[in-house]
Design a protein around this ligand. Structure first.
Ligand code: COD
Ligand code: ZN
Length: 379
């Protein structure tokens, strides 16, 4: 029996309060309005950004349904939707790609992927772009999270936040392309544009940092120095292409000085993939003063700033950042999935745990204890 046009009751993980476990609840998911798409989620990864919301580092209105690294099947579409049909394998996109917004130039230029209108609206209000929610639980409206909310068996997204992918894609693997893999890999190949024979430093070896390592390797870097306080991450970093691994606590000197000594003055490309101000500065300082490029990938703690001496940039260093690896989501995500299907890269090393959706809190515990890279939850 078709569910199109009807409210669907299904399970979802609701975050009612900061620093509390998720509650598995029955929620009602309203049908998609015009320009919206309802997706049945098949698999969803747990990303540190979801945990940043739980801890209050990333601010979004609660109660909310978090989750943003997922793949599923389109269940139904609202009026005027033209780019996907019911039954299509698809990705909800945490960075939408409308091609049309208040900052229109930012959408159509090839070097920028940040669609401000949708990002701002969905982030600030915890709703879909029309300012309302499609979720209710126990009679209360529940907020959306960055326009995707994939810790729910069904979710509704704006058409600009959905990409159609190859129907044969294994959802339990390609879901990582919905955030962690693309964010890291793109930061190396698209944002930094790592060059063959170069030297790179990667701070933080979670799912995103390891994807940066993969990108540096694919781009032909000669040396990839991986930095993490958790040495248990080193074996996997080496498996994926790191040539050396170092832990800051093993040195008396600041880690940027250690890296400069190891590389005769500084690395060509450095990446901060942790989300801390001190490591953002260390990452900037370890890249070559005249020709180095440092990329900020991690989200800084809410409302905190860095104070920087402009002299650090005056000799020629480049300091930049990007979300979602600089990819234009709607067009680049299907291409990345096609590359995965063509075996141009593997995601197996990043997926350390697969759990039923109901064990979401166990999955977060694994991330917080540093025991997992990516846990994928299956519906
Ligand atoms: N020095 C070195 N390593 C450290 C330190 C430190 N002081 N502190 C922590 N680490 C290591 C941890 O041991 C861990 O291995 C790694 O840093 C972080 O990994 P995870 O698994 O916690 O995180 P990821 O890889 O899932 O996500 C990292 C991000 C930085 C991407 C994430 O935290 C973030 O800030 N996301 C928002 C930015 C963004 O664009 N996200 C894309 C959409 S979510
Ligand atoms: Zn993420």
């Amino acid at each position: 029996m078709s569910t199109a046009g009807k409210v669907i009751k299904c399970k979802a993980a609701v975050l009612w309060e900061l620093n509390k476990p998720f509650s598995i609840e029955e929620v009602e998911v309203a049908p998609p309005k015009a320009h919206e798409v309802r997706i049945k989620i098949g698999a969803v990864g747990i990303c540190r950004s979801d945990d940043h919301v739980v801890s209050g580092n990333m601010v979004t209105p609660l109660p909310a349904i978090l989750g943003h690294e997922a793949a599923g099947i389109v269940e139904s579409v609202g009026e005027e939707v033209t780019t996907v049909k019911p039954g299509a394998s698809s990705f909800p996109l945490c960075l939408p790609d409308s091609g049309m917004c208040a900052f229109r130039h930012a959408c159509i230029l090839p070097f920028n992927n940040y669609v401000l209108r949708i990002c701002y609206v969905s982030n600030a209000q915890g709703t879909l772009p029309d300012g309302t929610s499609r979720f209710t639980c126990k009679g209360k409206p529940i907020h959306h999270f960055i326009g995707v909310s994939t810790f729910s068996q069904y979710t509704v997204v704006d058409e600009s936040a959905v990409a159609k992918i190859d129907a044969a894609s294994p959802l339990e693997k390609v879901c990582l392309i919905g955030c962690g893999f693309s964010t890291g890999y793109g930061s190396a190949v698209k944002v930094a544009k790592v060059t063959p024979g170069s030297t790179c430093a990667v701070f933080g070896l979670g799912g995103v940092g390891l994807s940066v390592v993969m990108g540096c390797k694919a781009a032909g870097a000669a040396r990839i120095i991986a930095v993490d306080i958790n040495k248990d991450k080193f074996a996997k970093a080496k498996e994926l292409g790191a040539t050396e691994c170092i832990a800051p606590q093993d040195y008396k000197k600041p880690i940027q000085e250690v890296l400069k000594e190891m590389t005769d003055g500084g690395v060509d490309f450095s990446f901060e993939v942790i989300g801390r101000l001190d490591t953002m500065m260390a990452s900037l300082l370890c890249c070559h003063v005249a020709c180095g490029t440092s990329v900020v990938v991690g989200l800084p703690p809410d409302s905190q700033n860095l104070s920087v001496n402009p002299m650090l940039l005056l000799a020629g260093r480049t300091w930049k950042g990007a979300v979602f690896g600089g990819y234009k989501s709607k067009e680049d995500v299907p291409r990345l999935v096609a590359d995965f299907m063509a075996k141009k890269f593997s995601l197996d090393a990043l997926i350390t745990n697969v759990l039923p959706f109901e064990k979401i809190n166990e999955g977060f515990d694994l991330l917080r204890s540093g025991k997992s890279i990516r846990t994928v939850l299956m519906f």
